[in-house]
Design a protein around this ligand. Structure first.
Ligand SMILES: Cc1ncc(C[n+]2csc(CCOP(=O)(O)OP(=O)(O)O)c2C)c(N)n1
Ligand code: SF4
Ligand SMILES: [Mg+2]
Length: 296
């Protein structure tokens, strides 16, 4: 006998989503992404995470570069900054330095991050700027219609590499670990509930958090990072994975054929703002010293 399930009515589902409050973080602009694009899961995950964490819209700034991923700030009802291609991190660092109370979320694609913007990542990570970097990795330039990117796999055939991509892809997780990112994790658009949890964890982390999100480009990639391929490839990190063990994190990050989902590494250390506070305190102390001596 077939398993009879309770019917799910769209009307009830919509009421449930409206009542949850998470739509309050969505703007009136409907996303312009292609139907099925993994980025819808990220948009859902961000709104769910912000709602669950009770962070007010006015306290959030979303910063993006250029690309399909970078259209993100238009679709969230928070402050937003659609910057230049590859220049998200200097802008986000400036925002955070100007107002440390803001929750700053940086979004961008693999091209925006690791091609034109690649020089900025190590510095934001090593300085431990207290921001969250959500990296939407579809292994392709989506907006400009399907060129290879720094994370495209070797042998990937696209409209602009008809004889197959001859370059080796970067390994962003290993890079971010070695750059000194104080929180590194990976999620997959095809597992939206886990993705929302990971976004919440990344935002909660005090310091630079890097979440690598595997996200299919359904329009320009029919062979490589597709849902059917990724569904077969992804796995959870081992239950006993120690998130304070850098070498264990590196080993997991090196396993690219079966990408692991979860928190690879986390550590607590002073942020850039903590360092500035310390400098201000010491500089004021020094300024007071000679002046105080002269007055005696
Ligand atoms: C300075 C500059 N160089 C190049 C471009 C063209 N361009 C726009 S988006 C993009 C790459 C987009 O790929 P990715 O960052 O992976 O984002 P996706 O569209 O895949 O989300 C490029 C090369 C540009 N807009 N500005
Ligand atoms: S082109 Fe690709 S990345 Fe861009 S919206 Fe469409 S499916 Fe998404
Ligand atoms: Mg891309």
């Amino acid at each position: 006998m077939a398993d009879l399930r309770e019917p799910v009515y769209l009307e009830n589902k919509l009421a449930e989503v409206r009542d949850s409050g998470r739509l309050d973080y969505r703007s009136k602009s409907l996303p312009t992404w292609c139907p099925g694009c993994g980025y819808f899961s990220v948009a859902e995950g961000v709104t769910k995470a912000l709602n669950d964490l009770h962070i007010a819209n006015k306290d959030v700034t979303v910063v993006s570069g250029i690309g399909c991923a970078s259209r993100f700030p238009f679709f969230t009802d928070t402050y937003g900054f659609h910057t230049l291609h590859g220049r998200t991190l200097p802008v986000a660092t400036g925002i955070k330095v100007a107002n440390d109370d803001l929750t700053v979320i940086v979004v961008g694609g693999d091209g925006d991050a690791f091609a034109i913007g690649g020089g900025h990542i190590p510095h934001a990570a090593r300085r431990n700027v207290d921001i969250t970097y959500l990296l939407f990795d579809n292994g392709i330039y989506g907006l400009t219609k399907g060129q290879t990117s720094p994370t495209s796999v070797h042998g990937f055939k696209t409209g602009t590499s008809p004889f197959e991509n001859q370059d080796q892809p970067l390994n962003p997780l290993m890079m971010l670990l070695s750059y000194g990112s104080s929180w590194v994790g990976q999620a997959y658009a095809g597992e939206p509930h886990h993705l929302a949890d990971m976004i919440a964890k990344a935002v909660t982390h005090r310091g630079f958090s890097y979440l690598h999100i595997l996200s299919p480009c359904v329009t320009f990639d029919k062979t490589s990072m597709t849902y059917s391929n990724l569904n077969m490839m992804v796995r959870d990190l081992p239950e006993n994975h120690d998130t304070s063990d850098m070498m264990a994190a590196m080993k997991e990050a090196a396993t690219v054929d079966h990408p692991a989902l979860g928190v690879f590494y986390e550590e607590a250390r002073p942020t850039l703002a903590d360092g500035f506070d310390e400098i201000i305190r010491r500089a004021q102390g020094r300024a007071a010293g000679p002046a105080a001596v002269a007055a005696e």
